[in-house]
Design a protein around this ligand. Structure first.
Ligand code: SF4
Length: 618
């Protein structure tokens, strides 16, 4: 349960790697199948049954509307999904007519788009010609209504990109998850069980690996493992993935092993090779690599030190087996960068393993996926790109590096040019000064359409404390160079950082205002700072002026940790103003206004000169 528009890359990487080592591996995306099954005519009929079982007095308006217009929902669900899958563009004209799809409460959001001429409110957002985009946005609102109905009538934990997330996010105890797994199944659970059994019957595996990148995927993974263990107790089940790597490092809960035989940490390649040897009787359990298992009722961690498979040798990811034509492109956010996330099919690939900078104090630099930097030659990456294009027929790439190194991007751009290979790509970088205007132009020529990077709290004092290695003036120059090369720039912004004052927040917003006004950035998002146990701040809080709150005893997951900041600022209230301002800046609104006008409470005047950024650019 991560994204609906494109497969998550971990299974593609592991399938490619295992096959390159002669291991017969197949992959399935059950999350996509689950959503397609629930939002099909049969799925809607099943939801209807749940609605009918509810007392009329308990039905929310969205549910009542579903019953009333059920015939319309039933008639439109298949064409709407086909349209969002890109199969049936002509129906877009009917969708735009606004009398085809039944419209529930989610459509009220269209009122936010003020149309001064009294015409089509979406014209403001999508321009006069964007029939397909408008239709996609309307079909997304329609699906969001259906998801609301599902939550109201069937299972309140359901979301398209996460399911029952709270059961796994920094949950010190397994108890809430154990209770949920022992509870009677909802329609969502039941559908998941059916799909899991179908996949196992189809593939007849000896070993099933479940990759869990985020907390919102955990409950479903445990449900799937539970299903497999009940029907096929001889199948070995293994849990791994990003959430495991960050949150399960202190695992002591033996009940996890009622579901999974093994839990592996960090990159899967080496642990899996060792595990398969173990399963073949060629390696003792004690020589497993970064793997938890249960021995005599207790959790044991085995780590036989062996080097990881170098990035250059992990092979090319393969999407073989995933139904690339069935992914659903939603368009529910008008933030241009988020749109790239949820819209369109992107081949996900990394230019290097880990982060070459690995210093930022809020980042999980102590973990392998950030802290172990390992690159590969531009020729090899270009070979992988060409193999993937041949396999998928698609030339769009999302480089999913935490921060792609400028040197590697330059070399790759030159290699792609040498091969006369046209692709489009986007990815994450650090706004560092080696991205000169010349390099930005070269990257644009190589197909770069968008980049994102952290400006975090736009404040030189705090950027220093973060060890970000950039200054606001430098970010202005680098982002302007990207923008002038025709590349969309998205800034990750942060608030609530240790010792951040109200004055710092107002100043940061003033910098951001100027960056938009000067055409340096076109998109952004304010994230609330969270302290994680693996970050330098979590490891040395006193150095950053904060005290961590005591964590409860950990037997299951751990990641975020609450802290006390003597600055004592109410960041929640400030966050509302930041979001409002940013949303407007992205649409070119309010760029000349005093930033204090976005705040409901009295805030101090910015200390930043009104022309700071334009001077920095000069
Ligand atoms: S925040 Fe980004 S640039 Fe900084 S260490 Fe983490 S991955 Fe690297």
């Amino acid at each position: 349960m991560t994204q609906l528009n494109t497969p998550y890359p971990s299974t593609a990487y592991l399938t490619g790697f295992l096959r390159s080592r002669g291991i017969d591996a197949v992959q399935e995306d059950i999350a996509l199948s689950l959503v397609l099954e629930l939002f099909s005519p049969a799925g809607l009929r099943a939801i209807r049954e749940c609605v009918d079982a509810m007392p009329a007095s308990e039905r929310a308006p969205v549910v009542a509307g579903f019953s009333e217009h059920f015939k319309n929902y039933l008639a439109t669900i298949t064409p709407a999904i086909a349209f969002l899958q890109g199969h049936d563009p002509s129906i877009g004209h009917r969708i735009c007519g606004r009398d085809f799809l039944p419209e529930g409460p989610r459509f009220a959001s269209l009122d936010n788009f003020i149309d001064e001429d009294g015409g089509d409110p979406l014209a403001w957002a999508f321009g006069a010609l964007g029939v397909q985009d408008r239709a996609r946005h309307l079909a997304t609102l329609y699906l969001n209504d259906l998801a609301d109905i599902l939550r109201e009538a069937v299972d309140p934990r359901f979301e398209f990109v996460r399911y029952a997330e709270s059961l796994a996010e920094s949950q010190p105890s397994f108890e809430p998850l154990a209770k949920a797994l022992a509870a009677p199944q909802t329609l969502v659970d039941h559908t998941l069980e059916m799909l899991t059994l179908q996949a196992v019957d189809r593939n007849k595996p000896n070993v099933v690996l479940l990759s869990v990148p985020f907390p919102g995927a955990v409950y479903a993974a445990f449900r799937m493992a539970q299903t497999i263990k009940a029907k096929y107790p001889g199948v070995t089940t293994v849990l791994g993935g990003g959430w495991v790597n960050t949150e399960l490092r202190e695992l002591k809960e033996a009940r996890v092993f009622d579901f999974f035989d093994f839990v592996s940490l960090d990159d899967g390649e080496r642990p899996l090779l060792a595990l398969f040897e173990h399963l073949e009787g060629k390696r003792p359990r004690s020589n497993l690599v970064r793997t938890f298992t249960r021995v005599d009722g207790l959790v044991r961690y085995s780590h036989h030190t062996e080097p990881d498979v170098p990035f250059a040798e992990v092979g090319t990811p393969t999407w073989d087996g995933l139904p690339l034509d069935r992914y659903v492109s939603l368009l529910d956010m008008l933030n241009p960068m988020h749109r790239l996330w949820s819209d369109g099919r992107w081949n996900k690939l990394t230019v290097a393993h880990g982060c070459y900078w690995k210093k930022c104090s809020f980042c999980d630099v102590s973990l392998d996926y950030i802290g172990r930097f390992d690159g590969a030659s531009a020729e090899l990456i270009a070979d992988r790109i060409e193999t993937i294009i041949e396999e998928t027929g698609q030339s769009g790439f999302h480089f999913v590096d935490e921060a792609a190194p400028p040197k590697a991007l330059k070399a790759l751009a030159e290699e792609l040019q040498k091969r006369n290979r046209a692709i489009s790509w986007w990815g994450n970088i650090r706004f560092e000064k080696s991205f000169t205007p010349e390099l930005c132009n070269l990257l644009a020529d190589s197909g770069c359409i968008a980049i994102s990077g952290g400006l975090e709290v736009a404040s030189d004092r705090l950027l220093k404390l973060m060890e970000k290695g950039v200054s606001v003036a430098q970010v202005a120059r680098v982002t302007r160079a990207f923008s002038e090369a025709g590349i969309l720039v998205h800034a990750y912004l942060m608030y609530g950082f240790p010792t951040q004052t109200v004055q710092d927040t107002v100043d940061a917003l003033e910098y951001v205002r100027q960056l938009f006004a000067e055409g340096c950035i076109q998109s952004g998002f304010f994230h609330r700072f969270t302290c994680t146990v693996h970050s330098p701040i979590g490891l040395n809080p006193a150095q950053y002026g904060i005290t961590l709150k005591k964590l409860p005893p950990i037997t299951f997951a751990t990641n975020d940790v609450d802290f006390i900041d003597p600055a004592g600022v109410d960041h929640d209230t400030l966050g509302v103003a930041l979001d409002k301002a940013l949303y407007n800046f992205m649409h070119g609104i309010g760029l000349d206004e005093d930033v204090r006008s976005w705040f409901d409470q009295h805030v101090p005047k910015p200390r930043v000169g009104r022309h700071f950024i334009s001077k920095a650019l000069r």
